[in-house]
Design a protein around this ligand. Structure first.
Ligand SMILES: *[C@@H]1O[C@H](CO)[C@@H](O)[C@H](O)[C@H]1NC(C)=O
Ligand SMILES: *[C@@H]1O[C@H](CO)[C@@H](O)[C@H](O)[C@H]1NC(C)=O
Ligand SMILES: *[C@@H]1O[C@H](CO)[C@@H](O)[C@H](O)[C@H]1NC(C)=O
Ligand SMILES: *[C@@H]1O[C@H](CO)[C@@H](O)[C@H](O)[C@H]1NC(C)=O
Ligand SMILES: *[C@@H]1O[C@H](CO)[C@@H](O)[C@H](O)[C@H]1NC(C)=O
Ligand SMILES: *[C@@H]1O[C@H](CO)[C@@H](O)[C@H](O)[C@H]1NC(C)=O
Ligand SMILES: *[C@@H]1O[C@H](CO)[C@@H](O)[C@H](O)[C@H]1NC(C)=O
Ligand SMILES: *[C@@H]1O[C@H](CO)[C@@H](O)[C@H](O)[C@H]1NC(C)=O
Length: 494
């Protein structure tokens, strides 16, 4: 649930409510310069003929589409040994991109002799229903209606079962890995298909009123504030300064110059959204080593942005300070000649998150209390609903996720139901506010890393990884090893 959102939403900002700019995506908005592939992981690309609607028997539901998946069998011990299968249950984006950012599975595969499989989420990447034509699939609610978490999980179950049949390896244990919502919910709904789930940074409590709508931005605030009080104050005070400047005669022109914006015309709103995105994504991807998940970033990007803001050479010039911070986020590679505020390129195929955010994924994350680094604002469901009506003619169902899956009183609900789930959360990740941060039972375990960010545990390891991160990965692999050995024990006796 990692993820902003410029695509469709920002471009509609001026037409509709300010709701658009405050819906963070699970994984992210990517800068156009993103995706230099530094850690290439090879696999074979395959397609599976998937059914359009798993929950309905009318003729339309029998239509099919091609679901993409990736497979790497180099480490697999094979069917005769019932060697394990590690499955990444894709989230909202191109599966190749997630596979490249999930080095952890490759790194532990040799120890387990595991087959690696990465499944793409329907309506993203190349897994597009309605003949693979995005124009048709994304046209309106009658086609987008087939985009839901429930359908996606059913796709995964169907594909995994078929793959095991094809490989004559029915009894191989399957472990699912999810960066975002896939993992937990799959394990809870399909316990006979997956023996366990590593749910990395899954904000499954960010629904209804389970956690406060101020939580998400309070964590972003804490991240910046813990670097320096001045950094926090400068950013907090900047929104009004931008607004004032934007309303002055010639003010927009000056802002354009200060921030080196490409276009001749900008609006205060667009600048606001652009800066907001940089702070949120830097917080989400505040990794201890250089990364290139959403965009190329230095290690500890929040610290680096605050360093730019605290830089004494910019004196009291707030805009020069903010430019310095934005330049870290948007131009770490040094290749930007100017900045494009409403860059709506979508290099990782994340476009349709807005539909999900308008139907079942109603996550009240956009509130800002008076301490927030962003201007104070209330989460307002009516604004979201109006926005969704306007864009998709869709009516959100804010209670569906907690009805169908789980959410309220998670400790009580899962203490005696369910097993073999690891909830990893890094507390610098704003999504951790909606994460499961306490152990639920002996087999539903919370791993909490104070210094961690959004699914940092799943990333490929580097020689500079801090000890806490190495320890988290070791713990996770050992827990998975336990699940597998218990499974083999059961397989021999049950
Ligand atoms: C699987 O990944 C490993 C490690 O990156 C690589 O060496 C191997 O060639 C890959 N195998 C396939 C079939 O792509
Ligand atoms: C929705 O889109 C489909 C596919 O493009 C089209 O056939 C249908 O007429 C559209 N429905 C409405 C209500 O616009
Ligand atoms: C299993 O094999 C059938 C027949 O070759 C094929 O159509 C199907 O796509 C395969 N399933 C998977 C998951 O690859
Ligand atoms: C910066 O501070 C100086 C001295 O306090 C003041 O004269 C000047 O107007 C300030 N500049 C800005 C841009 O606020
Ligand atoms: C991006 O960084 C490079 C290298 O530091 C710099 O020359 C360039 O001016 C920066 N671009 C913008 C738009 O500031
Ligand atoms: C924020 O709100 C609290 C409680 O309503 C109040 O006590 C405090 O003074 C406010 N702080 C600021 C900076 O406005
Ligand atoms: C939400 O926003 C609407 C305007 O879009 C306003 O009429 C309504 O009072 C707001 N609701 C709350 C609870 O603030
Ligand atoms: C959960 O329990 C495990 C031991 O089984 C422990 O290592 C871990 O720290 C506990 N997690 C939390 C958040 O207390």
């Amino acid at each position: 649930m990692a993820i902003p959102f410029l695509f469709l939403l920002f471009s509609l900002l001026s037409l509709s409510s300010s709701e658009a700019k405050v819906i963070p995506r699970f994984p992210s908005k990517l800068s156009a310069s993103a995706s230099v592939n530094t850690n290439h992981r090879p696999f074979k690309t395959k397609y599976f003929t998937q059914i359009l609607d798993h929950f309905n028997f009318n003729p339309q539901s029998y239509q099919t589409f091609q679901q993409k998946y990736l497979i790497n069998d180099s480490f697999w011990g094979g069917a005769t040994k019932n060697s394990p299968i590690f499955v990444y249950t894709g989230n909202e984006g191109d599966i190749d991109w997630f596979a490249q950012n999930t080095g952890f599975m490759f790194e532990i595969a040799p120890r387990f002799k595991a087959l690696l499989v990465f499944l793409e989420h329907r309506f993203y990447g190349k897994s597009i229903p309605f003949g693979g034509d995005k124009k048709i699939a994304y046209s309106n609610a009658s086609t987008l209606g087939y985009l839901s978490s429930t359908q996606a999980l059913a796709d995964y179950a169907t594909l995994i079962i078929d793959l095991k049949k094809n490989l004559s390896t029915i009894d191989s244990p399957v472990v699912v890995f999810g960066g975002s919502y896939g993992g937990t919910w799959f394990r809870l709904k399909y316990p006979h298909v997956a023996i366990g789930a590593l749910a990395s940074s899954a904000p499954i409590l960010n629904f209804e009123n389970i956690v406060s709508p101020y939580t998400f931005n309070a964590i972003v605030t804490k991240d910046f504030r813990s670097e320096s009080e001045n950094c926090y104050k400068v950013i907090k005070g900047s929104w009004q300064k931008i607004e004032e400047k934007a309303s002055q005669h010639g003010g927009l022109k000056q802002l354009r110059k200060s921030f080196r914006i490409c276009k001749n015309y900008i609006s205060g709103n667009a600048l606001h959204g652009w800066l907001y995105t940089a702070y949120i994504y830097a917080a989400m991807t505040d990794y201890p080593t250089p990364s290139n998940f959403l965009s190329p970033l230095p290690a500890h990007p929040v610290k680096q942005m605050c360093k730019a803001i605290d830089d004494p050479t910019t004196g009291n010039d707030t805009f020069a300070k903010l430019y310095g911070a934005a330049n870290i986020y948007y131009n770490y590679s040094g290749s930007a000649t100017c900045f494009d505020l409403d860059d709506d390129s979508d290099p990782h195929g994340l476009g349709e998150w807005s539909w999900q955010a308008c139907t079942e994924m109603i996550m009240p994350t956009s509130g800002n209390n008076n301490e927030s680094i962003f201007p104070a604002s209330e989460w307002n469901y009516t604004n979201r609903a109006n926005f969704c009506k306007y864009v998709f003619d869709a009516q959100p169902r804010p209670n569906w996720i907690t009805t169908h899956f789980v959410g309220h009183n998670i400790q009580r609900a899962l203490k005696r139901f369910g097993s073999n789930i690891i909830f990893f959360n890094g507390l610098r990740d704003p999504w951790s506010g909606g994460g499961v941060l306490k152990n639920v039972s002996k087999t539903i375990i919370a791993i909490v890393a104070e210094e961690g960010a959004h699914h940092v545990d799943l990333r490929f390891s580097t020689s500079e990884d801090p000890k806490w991160l190495q320890d988290v990965r070791k713990t996770e692999a050992n827990i998975i090893a336990n699940w597998i050995s218990q499974y083999y024990h059961d397989l021999a006796h049950l």
